[in-house]
Design a protein around this ligand. Structure first.
Ligand SMILES: [Ca+2]
Length: 278
């Protein structure tokens, strides 16, 4: 009986609160809720990565140090009301950096997801960066507001654009997947563009692995170039996965958000209690 109950417990784990948002393929998850925001002297300095991979997002840094080769930031991004809970507002001068690590050096399959509420659709640059790993993978608004992506090393090369511009002042869910066979762009969980593609995404397209920049394209100091392509507006619910998510998974992010475990330890303890009692 105990063996049977134990088996049932294990089978029950996926529905106990560990949702899709936090599976083994989630390598970066930022929801910008207050308990994930790290302040020093009242100023935001870091956003905790909830994926468990330690890919925390640092405020206004290059290579983990205060940014030097960049226009002076106004300060940290502001905490604002998000699509789900809180979000961060980027004013066109500030940004986040996730220093490269093994888990975000993705080559074969990838999914990039976020909610964005752009304030403008151009900052004068050709891209407004939502999330870019320079010389590797890009999720940007381009051509005055079209969702767009670029994967270094993947054929056909170049940018792939959606069909139209996003709206300012409105939350829009954007997602990009690559499974080694095709690149798909989603807007509000609907397929916006699909193109056949092949090849591995480059990890070191610029000679050494670059950081992920959120709100601008971060150039690590070794690159010797200034940050560029800043975003102006709010960003929420960022997830990077090392697998191509299915249309249903994208729809789940869009409709219910990136759910996190709800008191998993308490629930597990209760389950263990029931098993022991039998
Ligand atoms: Ca949020």
């Amino acid at each position: 009986m105990k063996v049977l109950s134990f088996s049932i417990l294990l089978l029950s784990l996926p529905v106990l609160g560990f949702s899709e948002a936090l599976d083994e393929h989630t390598v970066l998850l930022l929801n910008f809720e207050e308990d994930s925001l790290v302040l020093e002297g009242g100023e935001l300095v870091k956003v905790t990565d909830l994926s468990g991979n330690g890919n925390d997002a640092l405020v206004n840094t290059q290579g983990g140090e205060p940014a030097v080769n960049a226009p002076p930031p106004s300060g940290a991004p502001q905490v604002v009301e998000g699509k789900f809970g809180k979000a961060l507002y980027f004013d066109g001068t500030n940004f986040l950096e996730v220093v490269s690590s093994e888990t975000i050096e993705i080559t074969d399959q990838i999914t990039l997801e976020a909610w964005v509420k752009p304030e403008v659709l151009s900052t004068g640059a050709d891209n407004m960066t939502v999330l870019t790993k320079d010389c590797s993978y890009y999720m940007v608004l381009r051509q005055n507001g079209f969702l767009s992506t670029y994967f270094y090393g993947v054929n056909p090369p170049g940018y792939h654009l959606g069909k139209g511009a996003l709206k300012t002042g409105e939350w829009t869910h954007i997602a990009i997947t690559y499974d080694g066979k095709k690149v798909i762009l989603y807007v509000n969980a609907q397929v916006e563009m699909e193109v056949g593609a092949s090849g591995e995404i480059l990890v070191s397209g610029c000679g050494n692995p670059q950081s992920i920049g959120i709100g601008c394209e971060v150039r690590v100091p070794e690159r010797g170039e200034a940050n560029q392509r800043y975003f102006q507006g709010a960003i929420d619910e960022i997830r990077v996965s090392d697998i191509a998510r299915t249309p249903d998974e994208i729809k789940e992010s869009f409709t219910t958000g990136l759910k996190l475990p709800v008191e998993p330890r308490g629930k597990l303890a209760a389950m263990w209690g029931e098993v022991k009692a039998q």
